[in-house]
Design a protein around this ligand. Structure first.
Ligand code: GYE
Length: 325
């Protein structure tokens, strides 16, 4: 399905720039201004994502206004409002949580500024509020993690008591990747009745959050066979907690994570993580390409899915020398 876009055309009259279609206004030199409202700097993934966006904007000659919301929705809303006031040509953002965006997106729509979602989705009935969503299929990522466990459950049950006890470190509560990675994982492990999620709490996608939640899990659970962390950073925090409890990560307790950033891949190659589902943060080039098309009034697909793979320890060791992030 394609969305037809209204061309955002500009007219230069007597040295002034007027917007012929109302709303957004390209600079006189024809260059594009993008306002980007980033989630924060919570993880290695996010840092790589920010670098990708900044580098690709520079390469494309797009003037980027960038803000870091420190994982707070109200900060992202403020940034988006300020981009509307500044009459940028296009707004892009990675919504920290799924719900609560309709009002500000209506304001952007009224100002005729197109909005591109990157990385995370919003939950709204009105899909006319954004042009397209560029990012991963998080349900599929959760499914890949769950399928690996179903296929390797025997090896994960270190006590051989017939039960595979999984603790889950969830991403930010209410965020698309936390909701979808949980769902995909649960759907797959349902095929094996010996696998049970015994604990599930948010570590907010941070290393410190993962460490603290894992410390609490270790204290209250005598038998943990598997950690499923919604990102590498929380898995890396869990590794610290497991070591501090005198156990061997990857051996005494199996660890499955999502992302495949360099630190995660290093721990995987060293056998401290057992399996990583890749989630690519390199969304910058696609975003700039889409922004150029949207501002030019061209059609773009309403969903652009990122291609990604999975890694075992051997595959991580092979991929690491060329890993850029
Ligand atoms: O997996 C995590 C980050 O939204 C896909 O956010 C992104 C997630 C990523 O903090 O590391």
């Amino acid at each position: 399905m394609k969305k037809t876009l209204i061309a955002l055309c500009t007219l230069a009259v007597g040295g002034m720039s007027l917007s012929a279609c109302g709303g957004s206004e390209a600079a006189d030199d024809g260059s594009i201004t993008m306002g980007f409202a980033q989630v924060g700097a919570e993880s290695g993934w996010r840092t790589a994502n920010t670098t990708s966006i900044q580098d690709s904007a520079e390469e494309a000659g797009i003037d980027l206004k960038f803000s870091d919301a420190q994982q707070k929705q109200e900060n992202q809303i403020k940034s988006i409002r300020s981009y509307i006031q500044q009459k940028v040509d296009v707004i892009a953002f990675s919504p920290v949580v799924e719900t609560g965006w309709d009002a500000v997106l209506q304001e952007a729509k009224r100002a005729k500024i197109p909005v591109v979602l990157t990385d995370r989705a919003v939950d709204t009935e009105d899909t006319s509020l954004y042009v397209t969503f560029i990012g991963s299929d998080f349900v599929e990522e959760g499914e890949k993690a769950g399928q690996w466990l179903v296929d390797n459950a025997d090896a994960s049950d270190v006590d051989k008591d017939g039960a595979v006890n999984v603790v889950e470190l969830q991403g930010t509560t209410g965020s698309a990747p936390a909701i979808d990675r949980k769902k995909g994982f649960e759907d797959k492990i349902a095929a094996d009745s010996t696998i049970k999620i015994t604990e599930s709490q948010t570590g907010d996608f941070t290393r410190d959050g993962g460490k603290q939640v894992m410390e609490a899990f270790l204290q209250s659970n005598p038998k943990i066979d598997v950690v499923y962390a919604h990102n590498d950073d929380m898995g890396l925090g869990a590794i610290e907690a497991i070591k501090a409890a005198g156990k061997k990560p990857g051996t005494d307790i199996k660890i499955i994570t999502v992302d495949a950033v360099k630190d995660g891949m290093t721990a995987l190659a060293a056998g401290e993580i057992n399996f990583i589902v890749e989630c690519s943060p390199l969304l910058g080039p696609q975003l700039m390409d889409v922004a150029e098309k949207v501002v030019a009034g061209e059609e773009v697909p309403d969903r652009i899915v990122t291609e990604e793979t999975t890694f075992t320890p051997e595959q991580a060791a092979e991929a690491l020398p060329d890993r850029k992030y």
